[in-house]
Design a protein around this ligand. Structure first.
Ligand SMILES: Nc1ncnc2c1ncn2[C@@H]1O[C@H](COP(=O)(O)OP(=O)(O)OP(=O)(O)O)[C@@H](O)[C@H]1O
Ligand SMILES: [Mg+2]
Length: 578
């Protein structure tokens, strides 16, 4: 009946649930008093025996009951709100913390859209679970028993008859439960699939338009939406049908009880006022369970959502390192073999030694594994053979914050946030003064442009779309410089940008390499000529290493790559001049 784990995780909600049930019960008793008085006055009216005293008494009772009921209901609603808000805040907090603990690699386990959906809509579904469904469950057991005791004092036969009809509602609920469970899991599956496609297609809309593929993808999304519509409709039909069945049982059962009460009155077993009372109260035997039935479907939905939430919360977390300080005389990769999938090895037996202050370059054809090495150095990939050391410390033992403070990775699409240039730069160093920020902008030759456009307060749009590609890159570089880490890892930081920006960035990298440890991954070999040590990769293996001069002298793979690039670049220039 209840989601065990959910109940266990929110044990402290017990007090609210008990409170709500008690208030609902008090409200029922107030209602019984009111119905009792009403039945009394109707029977007096019938017998034309109403006196002013009786009328006054009835009026006072009515006022008392109305006030009492509205107070009880208000208090119950407040408690219900407290219970559900605690659950919502608690769960969102747990999900948020879990995602933080999973760190940058959370996307290996769960799509962003699924994380968003379960922490918004999914958590929302659980509001009714604690605030309404659970208290209603206990109340709907308590109410018929209480009424049985009250009605039983008037007519035991009618009371037992009504009580015996009551379990038919939970029986019908259980019958629907089996179908509902499967259907709701399907519903959630279709919902998250649709959300996934929507988010991806929206993000890639410009690309879809450029390739005129938007119609095809719109059709695919239509199909998914249709699938979602169908399963939603099936869920609704099931809910409506089961509510109709419950209505039939509730009102049929109370009609049965009413008829029986009238027979009892005719036989003279019960008084007229008792008969009126039973006529009015008989539906109350069934209504709480009927309401529980209608919450039940929402609760089932909550169950399905809770399963998804707990699946996320139970994801295995990477073992976190604890070492906070590191003496960085050297970074070593020792016999690293790695593959993203078991069947395919991407890196084979990679060994590298990057000394403090050394300018190291990684080159090789596209797909040879350069960025994979960068991700390994950032601690983002696990499950490799071999070892990576920062000084004497194995990377696995390093605390994430320390690693991120030690190494700054700059890619060709480093993320810039909506907000001012100042805010974006301060990610690099929250304590930096405006003067220091301006100095960093000067270093990357962006100061003039920014100061003409509002200075440090210039507002950037999402992903800094109001800057050019080269400007974005230079701004990312300025932010990286401000970070003042010991190691800088540039992964194709100059791809897709203009020659001027590329030259500027390369100048900064060369300057930086004089004072910091720089690792440069570049497809353009002209950029790595001044590196102290160049590792040449081919199909995930290091095939050559040394400085530019040595590698050229070897006349091997690097030499061929370099020469062919030189010819390609000069022929492009020649063609342009022809
Ligand atoms: N997340 C991933 N899951 C599975 N395979 C991946 C993943 N990332 C990269 N690969 C595979 O690993 C191999 C090496 O990729 P990597 O990105 O390291 O190459 P690269 O040398 O940086 O190439 P480029 O110069 O084009 O950036 C490729 O064959 C690629 O298909
Ligand atoms: Mg790459």
């Amino acid at each position: 009946m209840f989601h065990k784990r959910l109940v266990k995780e929110f044990k402290e909600n017990k007090k609210y649930i008990i409170g709500i049930v008690a208030l609902q019960w008090l409200s029922l008793i107030a209602n019984v008093i009111f119905l009792h008085a009403t039945a009394g006055i109707i029977s007096l009216l019938y017998r034309k025996e109403v006196t002013t005293r009786w009328a006054m008494f009835y009026f006072i009772t009515l006022c008392f009951v109305l006030i009492a009921r509205s107070l009880f209901n208000h208090a119950a609603t407040t408690l219900s709100y407290r219970a559900s808000s605690k659950v919502k805040i608690g769960l969102r907090d747990k999900i948020y913390r879990k995602l933080l603990r999973l760190g940058g690699s959370y996307r290996e386990h769960i799509a962003t859209s699924v994380a968003v959906q379960i922490s918004t809509e999914g958590v929302e579904q659980l509001e009714i679970y604690f605030g309404k469904y659970m208290p209603q469950f206990f109340y709907s057991l308590l109410a018929p028993i209480s009424l049985f005791v009250i009605v039983g004092r008037m007519s035991f036969k009618v009371a037992i008859l009504l009580l015996l009809c009551v379990p038919m509602i939970p029986i019908s609920i259980i019958a629907v439960q089996k179908i509902a469970k499967k259907m709701l899991n399907k519903y959630w599956g279709a919902y998250t699939d649709l959300g996934d496609s929507f988010l991806e297609n929206l993000q890639g809309l410009t690309t879809l338009k450029i390739f005129q593929a938007e119609k095809y993808y719109a059709k695919k999304m239509d199909e998914e939406a249709e699938k979602f519509r169908k399963v939603t409709m099936r869920v609704l039909i099931m809910q409506l049908n089961s509510i109709s069945v419950m209505d039939l049982i509730a009102y049929g059962g109370s009609a049965f009880g009413i008829l029986f009460a009238i027979f009892e009155y005719q036989k003279g077993v019960i008084s007229l006022s008792a008969c009126f009372f039973i006529i009015m109260v008989s539906a109350e035997f069934f209504l709480p369970l009927r309401l529980l039935g209608s919450f039940f479907h929402i609760a089932m939905n909550g169950n399905a959502a809770a399963n998804k939430i707990f699946a996320l919360l139970d994801l295995e977390e990477p073992v976190k390192g604890t070492v906070v300080s590191v003496t960085l005389d050297c970074i070593k990769l020792q016999n690293i073999t790695f593959g993203y999938e078991k069947e395919r090895t991407v890196l084979t037996d990679i060994s590298m030694e990057i000394k403090k202050g050394q300018f190291t370059a990684l080159v090789g054809a596209s797909g040879c594994g350069k960025s994979t090495i960068a991700s390994l150095l950032m601690g983002q990939l696990k499950g490799y053979e071999g070892e990576i050391f920062f000084g004497d410390t194995n990377i696995a033992r390093l605390k994430e914050e320390t690693l991120y403070q030690t190494v700054t990775r700059i890619t060709h699409d480093s993320y810039l946030f909506q907000g001012s240039v100042r805010e974006n730069l301060r990610f690099g160093n929250p304590k930096a003064t405006d003067k220091e920020l301006e100095e960093a902008l000067r270093k990357v030759a962006l100061y003039d442009f920014i100061s003409k456009n509002g200075g440090l307060s210039m507002e950037l749009k999402e992903k800094a779309s109001n800057l050019s590609g080269g400007q974005r890159q230079r701004l990312s570089l300025a932010r990286a410089i401000l970070h003042q880490s010991d190691v800088y890892l540039f992964d194709e930081a100059t791809s897709n940008i203009d020659a001027e920006s590329e030259n500027k960035i390369m100048q900064v990298i060369t300057e930086l390499s004089k004072v910091k440890t720089v690792i440069l991954i570049s497809h353009r070999l002209a950029n790595v000529v001044s590196a102290d040590q160049i590792y040449v990769l081919k199909d995930g293996k290091i095939v050559e290493e040394g400085n530019h001069k040595k590698l050229i002298r070897q006349m091997g793979y690097y030499y061929n790559l370099f020469e062919s690039q030189k010819i390609l670049e000069s022929s492009t220039w020649e063609e342009a001049y022809e």
